[in-house]
Design a protein around this ligand. Structure first.
Ligand SMILES: *Cc1c(COP(=O)(O)O)cnc(C)c1O
Length: 359
């Protein structure tokens, strides 16, 4: 029996994605070959990557003047690729925790970084709002959803300079106005597919902003990947296949609009229980609470109960709720494929545990 999967990443994927990928690994469309074996430049694979790009654009309503790329290296490689391509004098970053910290660290290798807003003062328990984006920077970088801290920004910022967003963990869980961004990127393994493929949505005019005053290795150049349509080198074929299956599934379910409705439904139910249950509390301020990653900690420091609660969860086939070491407690990641039944199972488990403890 399948478990209730709340892993932060790699994430739970839809049944059709798993079934169709499993089939394609044995044989792709009567081709006599596995998806693991076919040439990436063949008639067998090209329709798959083309369909994935087309569906990605359709589902997210990506304007015509953008490229959608599927690359290797994870979001972590993007942390370096962004400044090596675009940081000429100074870049602005919003610091909302671990992942933006890492992005800032990489940017500092290539130029000046101005941290224009930060939630560090309150241990990243909220998303900074109302900050001003300077006009004298090459770009501004945000992390729209903080996978570890469980904070999320729900608006598309208006920016006088190119706005770049790491949307690894909330892509396609809510409607975004892509035209407000110069670039959106992320690892697929939080909402879209297995680990190993990175999506990059990039506005065509960014091609002209690639730095010319420094040597950039070919694999790190956005202009090359744009010109070659993600085929400069061998792309991660099976990952792109699985990603395409997820996109087909998202479309069949009603698109991002329906994904957002479900995300709100799941998150509302779970936060209501966290707020109600006398044992637990949310470490995140109301208004900044992520719909995708929902941390909860002991209300009165009952750390000694952690193992007992984890055991009860395990007996209910609930996996992946151990909190990140920097926050402690628990974290339920409720990505797109997470069902309301998964969430109900967790809520029942929390309620039963409260009865056990409090009698
Ligand atoms: C997981 C994650 C990353 C890192 O992604 P990799 O693909 O493992 O490099 C970066 N940013 C955010 C917001 C993440 O959740």
């Amino acid at each position: 029996m399948r478990k209730h999967i709340f892993n932060a990443g790699p994430c739970k994927l839809s049944d059709p994605c798993l079934e169709n990928t499993a089939k394609a690994i044995l044989e792709l469309n009567n081709s006599g070959q596995s998806i693991l074996e076919v040439s990436h430049r063949s008639k067998d694979f090209e329709p798959i990557i083309n369909e994935a790009v087309a569906l990605f654009k359709e589902i997210l309503n990506v304007p015509a003047n953008y490229h959608v790329l599927f690359l290797g290296g994870g979001a972590s490689t993007q942390f370096a690729m962004i400044p090596i391509n675009f940081l000429k004098s100074k870049a602005a970053y919003v610091n909302t925790g671990t992942w933006s910290d890492k992005a800032i660290k990489e940017a500092k290798i290539f130029g000046k970084v101005e941290v224009i807003a930060s939630s560090e003062d309150k241990n990243h328990t909220y998303y900074p709002k109302g900050f001003t984006i300077p006009t004298d920077v090459d770009y501004v970088h945000i992390t729209s959803n903080n996978t570890i801290r469980g904070t999320e920004i729900f608006e598309d910022l208006k920016s006088p300079v190119p706005l770049i967003a790491d949307m690894s963990s909330d892509i396609m869980s809510r409607q975004v106005d892509v035209s407000k961004y110069a670039m959106i990127y992320g690892g697929a393994q939080k909402n879209l597919g297995p680990a190993g493929v990175t999506f990059v949505i990039i506005r065509d005019d960014m091609l002209e902003r690639v730095a010319t005053d420094r040597p950039i290795p070919t694999m790190f150049r956005y202009d090359i990947h744009m010109k070659e349509d993600s085929m400069y080198n061998t792309p991660p074929c099976v990952n792109i296949f699985a990603l395409n299956e997820t996109l087909k599934w998202v479309k069949s379910q009603g698109g991002v609009k329906e994904m957002e409705r479900r995300a709100i439904e799941r998150a509302t139910m779970l936060y209501a229980e966290i707020d109600r249950n006398s044992l637990f509390k949310s470490p995140v301020e109301v208004g900044s609470r992520s719909r995708m990653n929902i941390p909860f900690v002991w209300a009165d420091g009952s750390e000694e109960l952690t193992e007992k609660f984890m055991e009860l969860a395990k007996s209910r086939k609930i996996v992946g709720i151990k909190g990140h070491r920097s926050v402690g407690g628990f974290r339920a990641s409720t990505y797109n494929a997470c069902t309301i039944d998964d969430v109900k199972a967790l809520i029942t488990c929390m309620q039963d545990f409260e009865k056990q403890v409090k009698g």
